[in-house]
Ligand binder design. Structure first.
Ligand SMILES: *Cc1c(COP(=O)(O)O)cnc(C)c1O
Length: 437
């Protein structure tokens, strides 16, 4: 096992020092600053497959994978050449291109509930826009979301929003008008009674429920049996729309996303991450009759200078084509996720460290807890100081993990059994260290 001690990370330390002078916290997205685990972040220079290298030249097995987009791993040759070819033809036009309809066809073909799609440039834009549409289509203002689910950083969705915000203890960010946050109702994940209570209190006034069909931003928390079906029934009864935020789950566990696997059909879906193949893309879609309400077909305004960007469309297309051409890859990916989860569980048991690994296919979260959490309150009981020590020990052993207990680990198609086993070996050592102090 190669050890890269903090002393070997002098280049990262200096790079962060420089960045902090011009970027708040030295980063462009808060979790990257390592506030929840301490120490300096590793500053990365390059990636290939399942591996990344920092500016000091140390190698790591990567489970961040850009927080989900890189299902094919870093710098997949087909994605790189698609981007390169597109770039040579011009990077942005502000006019329609054929690439948009081509990726649109892929999405419509793949995702059961999507008949039409609109591309945007991030997951945040996708959820923000899809809720505007839901409000317009129903003529209602209220949105119901779940504690611990994250739907991007738009005002009104930054309420009990899980991982990044949770880690920083900023459940409600300053700057979000109270009057706007009041349009968001909260319920507890996997708890239909808490949803019914809100619908009883606000009958006929809730435009939509937005939910991560498999929660990933309080750490991985799969839906209990009947939970998503129950949401569907509650929406149908009340005339509200059901919105799946599949920004993580889209194309992740299966090509059709969580809705294909779980067999529950939402009215509208937000996508992001994997559909951009590592470039900035989001999308939202649903039934034709709803999507036709978007301008210029309809009156619901939503636009973007870089929406449908040719490079992003090319990266997305190369990624989806690569996935679709061999759907058996998803079974292999699931098996790798299972191998990692089982190995970590065993290693923790042997070290007598309380750990439960929550998993959905190739996404896992090892919680320092005795029992698998079913909602945010339970997830939050995890021992975050033990996680911080574990994270540091893993980093020293060449394993690059998201620096928060409440994030998802992503296994990619570029990982293999040997890399998974090296990770488990590093975890076994790290658990022993963590336990002894
Ligand atoms: C990442 C994420 C978002 C936001 O996407 P960005 O591209 O970061 O704006 C929204 N919803 C879920 C479930 C996510 O994981």
């Amino acid at each position: 096992m190669t050890l890269s001690s903090p002393a070997d990370r002098e280049g990262s330390r200096r790079a962060m020092e420089r960045a902090r002078r011009v970027l708040p916290g030295g980063v462009d997205s808060p979790v990257r600053a390592y506030r929840a685990v301490g120490g300096d972040p590793v500053v990365l220079a390059r990636g290939s497959g399942a591996l990344v290298w920092d500016v000091d030249g140390s190698e790591y097995i990567d489970y961040v994978c850009s927080y989900g987009p890189l299902i094919l791993g870093h710098a997949h040759p087909r994605v790189v050449s698609a981007i390169t070819e597109a770039a040579a033809l011009g990077t942005s036009f502000g006019a329609p291109t054929e690439a948009e309809a081509a990726l649109g066809e892929c999405v419509v073909e793949a995702v059961p509930s999507i008949e039409m799609v609109r591309f945007v440039s991030s997951g945040t834009e996708a959820t923000m826009s899809v809720l505007r549409l839901a409000r317009a289509a129903t003529g209602r203002d209220l949105i119901l979301k779940f504690e611990g689910c994250y739907h991007g950083h738009a005002d009104g969705l930054l309420v009990a929003a899980g991982s990044g915000a949770a880690t920083l203890a900023l459940p409600d960010s300053p700057g979000v008008p109270a009057a706007y946050a009041a349009q968001t109702l909260l319920a507890r994940y996997n708890d239909l009674a808490s949803v019914r209570a809100q619908f009883e209190a606000h009958r006929g006034a809730i435009a939509a429920i937005i939910v991560e069909p498999v929660a990933g931003n309080m750490g991985v928390v799969p839906p209990a049996e009947g939970f998503l079906e129950g949401l569907r029934a509650i929406c149908d009864e009340d005339g509200a729309l059901l919105v799946f935020d599949e920004v993580i789950t889209g194309f992740r566990g299966s090509y059709g996303g969580a809705q294909a696997t779980l067999g529950v059909t939402p009215d509208l879906t937000a996508l992001g991450k994997i559909i951009g193949g590592g470039l900035p893309v989001g999308a939202y879609g649903g039934r034709r009759e709803l999507m036709e309400q978007i301008a210029p077909s309809g009156a619901v305004y939503q636009a973007g200078t870089l929406s449908g960007n040719p490079l992003a469309m090319a990266a997305g297309r190369a990624t989806l084509d690569t996935l679709r051409e061999d759907l058996g890859q998803y079974d292999r990916l699931d098996a790798l996720g299972a191998r990692l989860a089982e190995g970590l569980t065993r290693a923790a048991e042997e070290a007598e460290v309380p750990l439960v690994v929550s998993r959905s296919g190739s996404t896992i979260t090892p919680f320092f807890l005795d029992a698998a959490p079913t909602n945010y309150d339970e997830a939050r009981l995890a021992d975050t100081s033990m996680f911080a020590r574990f994270h540091n020990a893993m980093l020293d052993r060449g394993i690059h993990l998201a620096p928060s207990q409440f994030e998802t680990w992503f296994v990619s198609m570029a990982h293999d059994e040997a890399l998974i086993d090296r990770t488990i070996e590093a975890a076994a050592e790290s658990f022993r260290l963590v336990r002894h102090g």
